[in-house]
Design a protein around this ligand. Structure first.
Ligand code: FES
Length: 311
């Protein structure tokens, strides 16, 4: 179930150059909805902007959420508002938590973080440590001063390899992995693309990634219009090029919740009953795409003439 809550900014703390951590609590001190490592929130700011941020605090603390926010000079106003305007005591609305990047059980993990991509991995690391798993973190960033949460990671000693680019260059990704290792990677698009190329020879399902910025997917699989049948509503809509499935559905008066509209947050996930999907999100892996039973209607389209959705 997805919650929508008004929370109070209980703390705002610089944790690296250009990164602040926000602690959010219930205004009456009550418990917050549970979450699992890899989960994110929709942060709905007082200026009307909604952004997704990974939860990076203690998942066993039911009274506080923590997120890390990087100031993005070329961003769309969300991070600048958090850095420049949002103050302790302010109220922000949140949606979620939602987890598109869950930690699968394993005895061995390799975590790979680039910059602010450390945020979803922090709770995974705590969990792996708690469960006694064998884990390692490769953490890259522009400079040491720009890399958040270094103090918290120091306690893990040699399990953590810190690679500031100005001191040591780019992360050195391992050519081979110990058997049954699961790899979780989050960071800028360049790192994720390199990681996906690097993982081509690893067993299927080894690598899981989370993107903060949509992939460049090129042109859709088909340029021609296609039909989308909304089975429960009993309506069929036509989706032409230049319009998303989400727009066509909403224009037909059927409400599908959305947030990022970039295939990143998972809010618009819709069950597919029939038809072949042109998956254009950054959420599903190849195996999940092959099953073909869900799609993110903000970005994904059809390969076939017709899709049937459970709406
Ligand atoms: S609205 Fe975020 S994935 Fe579709």
């Amino acid at each position: 179930m997805i919650f929508r809550l008004d929370l109070r900014v209980a703390a705002k703390t610089p944790v690296a150059d250009g990164v602040v951590a926000l602690t959010l609590t219930h205004p009456d001190g009550g418990r917050l909805p549970d979450w699992t490592p890899g989960a994110h929130l929709d942060l709905i700011l007082p200026n009307g902007v909604t952004r997704q941020y990974s939860l990076c605090g203690d998942r066993w603390d039911p009274h506080a959420y923590r997120i890390g926010v990087l100031r993005e000079p070329d961003g769309r106003g969300g991070s600048a508002y958090v850095h420049d305007e949002l103050a302790v005591g302010d109220t922000v609305a949140i949606g979620g938590p939602r987890n598109n990047f869950p930690l699968a059980p394993s005895e061995r993990y390799l975590f790979v973080a680039g910059g602010i991509g450390i945020t979803p991995l922090l709770p995974m690391i705590y969990q792996a440590e708690l469960l006694g798993a064998d884990w390692r973190l490769l953490y890259g960033g522009r400079t040491r001063a720009s890399m958040a949460f270094m103090g918290e990671l120091a306690r893990y000693g040699s399990r953590v390899e810190v690679v500031p680019q100005d001191e040591r260059g780019l992360l050195d990704l391992p050519a081979e992995l110990p058997p049954d290792t699961k790899v979780y990677c989050c960071g800028p698009a360049g790192l994720l693309d390199a990681m996906e190329r690097h993982a081509a020879g690893w067993p299927a399902g080894t690598l899981r990634t989370e993107r903060f910025v949509a992939k460049d997917l090129g042109v859709p699989a088909r340029a021609e219009p296609f039909e989308v049948e909304l089975r429960r509503t009993g309506t069929t809509v036509t989706v032409t090029s230049g319009r998303s499935v989400l727009q066509a559905i909403n224009d037909a008066g059927v409400n599908v919740l959305s947030s990022c509209r970039q295939g990143l947050c998972g809010t618009c996930e819709t069950t597919v009953l029939a038809g072949e999907v042109d998956h254009r999100d950054a959420l599903l892996d190849d195996a999940e795409r092959a099953v073909g039973d869900c799609m993110f209607v903000c970005v994904s389209r059809a390969r076939s003439d017709r899709l049937v959705l459970d709406l």
